[in-house]
Write a protein that binds this ligand. Structure first.
Ligand code: S3P
Length: 451
């Protein structure tokens, strides 16, 4: 009789090895999956709630490590934020411009969104001094992409390597408005400048080469900021000296977390999964377009709008995928899903080429190098390109020891690859998944019928 797929966690000195032992037969994934709240929207709801007047109520907040970092930074600056739970988080805002000077260094942990968005807020709070740091990954990630435009607005920021690396020191100033033409399509850069513009007299505009995720624009509007968008030129303008008013925010499920199940359901024979309550904001649905190009069987059901964001249930059924090209304007709309799309490509027929994704090299890890080296250890055929990967699908994978590089999306992508790798795969430092998906392992166990 075939042994069932087994999933176990081994905890060594707070480091977690996720061990996935594949069944000798394919064991389909089945059922309905509820995914955690959207990470980008969770951060923004906590930040805008803290900066607004009155109370903000957040339902469905992501309880991952990253939003916890945002909450602890804004608590340290005077916002009253209740204990974080999924049902309801209450934020008593202190009003724009009223952040208190924190008594200690603000620590953003692993969260790039926290540090980059928060820098716009801190730089525009005159007369206060702030020091900001994070974990080893954060301290190696480029901050000049936000420091430079903020300096053009008159910000005073200091840090290592010509003010480009954390720890950073910020001496808040009254800033002047600018029109910033960003060289990269980055929602973190755009949002940082818009947040600085909120506190700045006049109109601040950001133009980006292609549209990045627009959660800030949507939420700033609902909190009462005056904002205009030019879709032709990918420009957003915010009118300064705004007053934000507390709101109720309902956070949809994170399509970046749903992507692991979309690929798992596509590659494991016999699978059929429904992923409930997924945010399908068009600036985030590149992964659905890429999987459609690969021939995936995914349908959107029960489409609706919840608190200003489009939401749907996604049904995925196993099918043989085929290789495709993922490049150009699509990249910013699926940037966080490229590691799991690389897994999909490994099990597709033919060649998949991913280009124009050099940004992956400066995420929580160098995701091009991490995915190429670790998938190749499992027996895949992945060639690194300077700005992407070329993947020849159809190679049989065999379990071995792989590493997450402490990057949540690498840990979870490798776990999904392991479902189709013969024998036993051990993923070192898999605890990183808790950054965006604290109960990933339990959900995986349920989907294969282990619990
Ligand atoms: C995010 C923007 C993206 C994304 C990150 C979250 C956001 O980063 O990769 O996970 O919430 O604004 P970039 O702005 O660097 O592309």
């Amino acid at each position: 009789m075939a042994t069932p797929t087994a999933i176990a966690l081994k905890i060594i000195d707070e480091r977690h090895d996720l061990i996935i032992q594949k069944s000798s037969i394919h064991q389909p994934l089945q059922g309905r999956i509820c995914i955690p709240g959207d990470k980008s929207i969770s951060h923004r709801s906590l930040m805008l709630g803290a900066l607004a007047e009155g109370e903000t109520v957040i339902r469905g907040l992501l309880l991952g490590e990253d939003p916890r970092s945002t909450a602890s930074c804004f608590r340290a600056m005077g916002a009253e934020i209740s204990d974080l739970n999924i049902d309801e988080v209450r934020v008593k805002g202190i009003g724009l411009g009223n952040l208190q000077e924190p008594l200690d260094v603000l620590n953003v942990g692993n969260s790039g969104t926290t540090i980059r968005l928060m820098l716009g807020v801190l730089a525009s709070h005159p007369g206060r001094f702030f020091a900001v740091t994070g974990d080893r990954s954060i301290r190696s990630r480029p901050m000049s992409r936000v420091v430079k435009p903020l300096q053009q607005m008159g910000a005073q920021i200091w840090g290592r390597q010509e003010n480009s690396l954390a720890p950073l020191a910020v001496w808040g100033q009254a800033l002047k408005p600018i029109h910033y033409h960003s060289p990269i399509a980055s929602a973190q850069v755009k949002s940082c400048i818009l947040l600085a513009g909120l506190m700045t007299d006049g109109k601040t505009t950001v133009t980006e080469p292609t549209l990045s995720r627009d959660h800030s624009e949507r939420m700033l509007r609902s909190f009462g900021a005056e904002l205009s968008v030019d879709p032709e030129t990918h420009s957003v303008t915010v009118v300064g000296q705004a007053r934000l008013k507390g709101q109720t925010v309902i956070v949809p499920g994170d399509i970046s977390s749903a992507a692991f199940w979309l690929v798992a359901g596509s590659i494991v024979p016999g699978s059929e999964l429904t992923i409930a309550n997924v945010g399908v904001n068009p600036t985030r649905t590149g992964v659905l377009e890429a999987l459609a190009q690969m021939g995936a069987d995914i349908t959107l059901e029960n489409q609706r709008e919840v608190a200003g964001e489009p939401v749907a249930d996604l049904r995925v059924r196993h099918t043989q995928l085929k290789g495709c090209t993922i490049a150009g304007d699509l990249i910013p709309r699926l940037i966080d899903e490229i590691p799991i799309l690389a897994v999909a490509a490994t099990f597709a027929t033919g060649i998949t080429v991913i280009r124009d994704a050099e940004e992956l090299r400066v995420k929580e890890s160098d995701r091009i190098s991490a995915m190429a080296t670790q998938l190749n250890l499992l027996g895949a055929s992945v060639t690194e390109l300077p700005d992407g990967m070329e993947i020849t699908g159809g190679k049989a994978l065999t379990g071995t020891e792989v590493d997450s590089f402490t990057d949540h999306r690498i840990a979870m992508s490798l776990a999904i690859a392991a479902l189709n790798a013969q024998g036993t795969t051990t993923i070192h430092r898999a605890e990183a998944a808790a950054i965006s998906y604290p109960d990933f392992t339990e959900t995986l166990q349920r989907a294969i019928g282990e619990r």
